[in-house]
Design a protein around this ligand. Structure first.
Ligand code: ITT
Length: 194
C-alpha cells in the first residue's frame, strides 16, 4: 500500500521507509502545509498532523509525533522535544540540566505515536516506547535529534547511544521501530476487513 507521510523531518522519512518497506508499505512525501501542533499528548499531535495532510491531499496519510521524556526533568522535553531550545542547542540543554544528576537518576524514554487517517475518516493508531538513560556527553554521529545523548538500555543495543548504534540496531528496539511494526500489523488487519 502507498501512503503519504506527513512530516517535515527528513530523518523520519528515512526511518519510515526503512522500517515499513519490508512490511509492504511504501512511503511517499508531499508538499504539505505545516499543521500547528496544539495537542497536549503525542497521540493528539500525531492525529492533528495526519488529519491535516489527509484533508489536504485526499489520500491516506500517516504521521509520527515523538519525543524524549527525561525522568529527572519530570518528563520534559516530552511533546516539546522539537521546540525545547533553539536548533543545535537541544542536546546540550538537556545535558546541562542533568549536570549534577547521578547515574541512577538519569532514566529517560522515547515515545513515538503513529496516526494514519484515511479519507473516509477511519483512523489507525499505534505507540511505541524505548527506554534508556541520558549519557554524560554526546556520543556517536548517527541518527538525529537527541540520539547522541540517549544511552539505550534495551537488549540488542544496550550500552550504545542511538548516535553510536547502526540503523538496524536502532530500528530493532526504537520507539519508532515498535510503533511502526505495530501499525503495520493493524493496517494488515484493517485492509483484510475491507
Ligand atoms: P514533524 O512534526 O514534521 O514530523 P518534528 O521533528 O517537528 O517533525 P516532532 O514534533 O514529533 O517532529 O518532534 C520530535 C522531536 O523529538 C524531534 O525533532 C527530535 O528532536 C526528537 N526525536 C523524536 N524521535 C527521535 C529519535 O528517534 N531520535 C532522536 N530524537 C528524536
Amino acid at each position: 500500500m502507498n501512503m503519504i507521510i506527513a512530516t517535515h523531518n527528513r530523518h523520519k522519512v528515512e526511518e519510515f521507509s526503512r522500517i515499513l518497506a519490508p512490511l509492504g508499505v511504501t512511503i511517499q512525501t508531499a508538499e504539505l502545509t505545516e499543521a500547528e501542533e496544539t495537542g497536549e499528548t503525542f497521540r493528539e499531535n500525531a492525529y492533528i498532523k495526519a488529519k491535516s495532510a489527509c484533508d489536504e491531499t485526499g489520500l491516506p496519510c500517516i504521521a509520527d509525533d515523538s519525543g524524549l521524556s527525561v525522568d529527572a526533568l519530570h518528563g520534559e522535553p516530552g511533546v516539546y522535544s522539537a521546540r525545547y531550545a533553539p536548533e543545535g542547542q537541544r542536546k546540550q540543554t538537556v545535558l546541562k540540566k542533568l549536570e549534577n544528576v547521578p547515574e541512577a537518576e538519569r532514566g529517560a524514554h522515547f515515545t513515538s505515536a503513529i496516526c494514519c487517517v484515511f479519507p473516509n475518516g477511519d483512523v489507525l493508531e499505534a505507540e511505541g516506547y524505548c527506554y534508556g538513560r541520558i549519557s554524560r556527553e554526546c556520543r556517536g554521529t548517527g541518527g538525529f535529534g537527541y540520539d547522541p545523548i540517549f544511552l539505550c538500555t534495551e537488549a540488542g543495543c544496550a550500552g550504545k547511544t542511538f548516535g553510536e548504534a547502526t540503523s538496524e540496531e536502532k530500528d530493532a528496539v526504537s520507539h519508532r521501530g515498535k510503533s511502526l511494526r505495530l501499525f503495520a500489523e493493524k493496517l494488515e488487519n484493517y485492509l483484510k476487513q475491507k
